[in-house]
Write a protein of this length. Structure first.
Length: 305
């Protein structure tokens, strides 16, 4: 091998060596880039997992807040199966969140946990939605019942008012009928008489007092014997007694004089006399006439000396 051939051979070996070295450098650089890319991808996956975990945690907290908002309305539920299902699903979600926060796992394992967490939260959302719909439905039923009760109460009030009005009307009608049966008298007078039966102007000399009046016709009252009671009060307010007693407004009243007459629903003149049995003084005398439990008239008369 001559010198020139040796030079060519050495040059070729050098070129090969350079190529080999270049290839080795390229392989090393590519490996480093691949590792860096893998590290970056893993970091990106971890960040995504953390973000997904935060989103699911916030969603879980919101579901708890929605559920707690209506927790005091559980009394409306006929059974607590929804509440039991919710608590069971909530415990599963809390367990998964705790595992993600405390245990160190690969991104692939964490992704499986995140997927499972998504499924459990979806189940939880369905339970909460059903729960809230049930609360709403029962609340509407209760509102309907409340309105029905209010309507019934209003009707009862109306009926009570109608009954009260009817009772008042009946009472007024009864009173009207009662008053219609009451006899009416006119021309009421008080006269003093002396021992000869003549009119006496001096009351102190009177031996008899006479009360006269006219009974008007009344077809409403029953005909028959009527007892007329007369009460005469002296100027001092003392009752001139001697005529027995009668019933009036549930009490017994003493009378001055009494007379029974037959009444045939026609006009009739009645006079009731009282024999003086005490000293009489000048002044204002009060005369009252009663019959059938009614006070027919009350009037004052001035008697002089």
């Amino acid at each position: 091998m001559n010198k020139k051939q040796k030079q060519l051979l050495m040059g070729g070996v050098g070129v090969v060596a350079c190529l080999v070295a270049l290839i080795v450098v390229l392989i090393i650089n590519n490996s480093n880039r691949t590792a860096e890319a893998n590290d970056a991808q893993n970091e990106l996956d971890s960040l995504r997992l953390v973000n997904d975990q935060l989103l699911l945690t916030n969603e879980f907290n919101q579901l708890n807040a929605d559920f707690s908002q209506y927790e005091d309305q559980q009394i409306y539920l006929k059974n607590d199966s929804l509440v039991q299902k919710y608590n069971e699903a909530r415990l599963k979600v809390e367990g998964l969140l705790q595992e993600l926060n405390t245990e160190k796992r690969s991104n692939a394992q964490n992704r499986q946990k995140i997927k499972k967490l998504e499924d459990e939260i979806a189940t939880l959302k369905g339970i909460v939605r059903h729960y809230l719909e049930e609360i709403k439905r029962l609340g509407e039923e209760n509102e309907g019942l409340r309105q029905e009760i209010q309507q019934v109460q209003e009707k009862n009030q109306q009926l009570t008012s109608q009954v009260t009005t009817a009772a008042r009307s009946n009472a007024e009608l009864t009173q009207t009928v009662k008053l219609a049966k009451k006899l009416n008298i006119t021309g009421l007078s008080l006269n003093a008489y002396n021992k000869k039966g003549k009119n006496e102007k001096n009351i102190t000399k009177a031996r008899q007092l006479g009360v006269s009046f006219t009974v008007s016709p009344n077809n409403t009252t029953a005909p028959g014997m009527k007892d007329f009671y007369v009460r005469i009060l002296s100027p001092e307010g003392n009752l001139l007694s001697g005529g027995g007693s009668f019933s009036f407004d549930g009490t017994s009243l003493a009378s001055t004089a009494h007379r029974q007459v037959e009444y045939a629903n026609e006009e009739i003149a009645v006079s009731v006399y009282w024999d003086v049995n005490t000293s009489l003084t000048p002044g204002e005398y009060t005369v009252e006439v009663f019959c059938d439990g009614y006070r027919l008239a009350s009037r004052r008369f001035t008697m002089k000396k």
